[in-house]
Write a protein that binds this ligand. Structure first.
Ligand SMILES: O=C(O)CCC(=O)C(=O)O
Ligand SMILES: [Fe+2]
Length: 315
């Protein structure tokens, strides 16, 4: 195996966004263009919200298996509630991932037109405040993601609010992830190599080692964010929209070395999605003689999601 590259992604400070919006947008998207990933330091997400959500995440996964399984919704495609250890597999992978997770989505008013496609959240009675805490983290990451999308719009020469109407009722998902301690010599890894399906992903918790991204030259680069920093990556929907100008890169979470094997890893990716009816159609400014349109047909966000969930065995 070739060596793992370390520490190449230079953090972009969110403090730059207010004083130099164009510089921030170009630094953020410059990192995306190169790696599909950016590390955003000094973000403004309330630390109290993060701390409470992490505490509840740990408390939930510490519940007995049979209690957790009561929150599993067979046939629900894993879109809400609990998905047990050993269910999800990366596209085309033989081994399942060594993880269990919780999903919550957006709360919609009763009878909302998207309700058939965006199922209700699963309420947790075993941990006081779990529903509120995870909703608060969902809302905080949603707000932060929408700010980052303004910067992305600026970099792409789109009106600043271009994404806003398309994601305000987006089918976004907050995933609370638990990778249990590694026992013996498992077949699989914590998360097999994959790309994210959505528009952008905002990830907290990647300071516990393991996350790696594939570079253009095909080497694995370890992402070691400074404590508390937000890792942001481009998903397939943004890649498709931008005709691969902003690439959705392959990433994985490898198993730790002997010194961290006995420890759990917790992370909380927020998969920011378009609303189900948004049409993903290549942006004209991302088409050129060197980069002809790769997509003949537009697709709605919902159709695209269904296609992809079948590939990862969640639908
Ligand atoms: O846990 C992590 O650091 C990354 C997880 C991830 O890539 C995913 O859930 O899509
Ligand atoms: Fe991912």
């Amino acid at each position: 195996m070739s060596a793992i590259l370390q520490d190449l992604i230079k953090p972009v400070s969110f403090t730059q966004a207010a004083r130099d919006p164009q510089g921030f947008a170009d630094a953020l998207c410059g990192s995306f263009r190169e790696y599909g990933f950016a590390v955003v330091s000094d973000h403004t997400i309330d630390q109290g919200v993060i701390d409470r959500a992490i505490a509840d995440t740990k408390a939930f996964f510490a519940l007995p298996d049979e209690t957790k399984r009561r929150y599993h919704q067979p046939g629900g495609g894993g879109q809400r509630g609990y998905t047990p250890f050993g269910v999800e597999a990366a596209k085309g992978a033989a081994a399942v991932d060594l993880k269990e997770f919780w999903h919550r989505g957006r709360d919609l008013p009763e009878g909302h037109r998207f309700a058939p496609l965006m199922p209700a959240n699963v309420s947790v009675s075993d941990i006081a405040g779990f529903d509120e805490t995870t909703r608060d983290l969902f809302d905080a990451l949603d707000a932060m993601g929408r700010i980052l999308l303004k910067a992305i719009a600026r970099h792409l020469d789109l009106p600043e609010n271009w994404f806003e109407a398309r994601v305000a009722e987006g089918n976004s998902i907050l995933r609370l992830l638990h990778y249990p301690p590694i026992k013996g010599e498992p077949d699989g890894v914590r998360a097999g190599a994959h790309e994210d399906i959505n528009v952008i992903t905002l990830l907290l918790g990647a300071e516990e080692a393991g996350l790696q991204v594939k570079t253009r030259s095909g080497e694995w680069l370890a992402i070691n964010p400074p404590p508390g920093a937000l890792v942001v990556n481009v998903g397939d929907m943004l890649q498709r929209l931008t005709n691969h100008v902003l690439p959705s890169t392959t990433h994985r979470v490898v198993n730790p070395g002997a010194e961290r094997m006995a420890f759990s890893r917790y992370s909380t990716p927020f998969f920011l999605h378009f609303a189900p009816d948004v049409e993903i159609k290549t942006l004209p400014q991302c088409i050129s003689a060197d980069n002809p349109d790769r997509y003949l047909q537009p697709i709605t966000a919902h159709e695209y999601l269904m296609e992809r969930l079948r590939e990862i065995r969640l639908a």
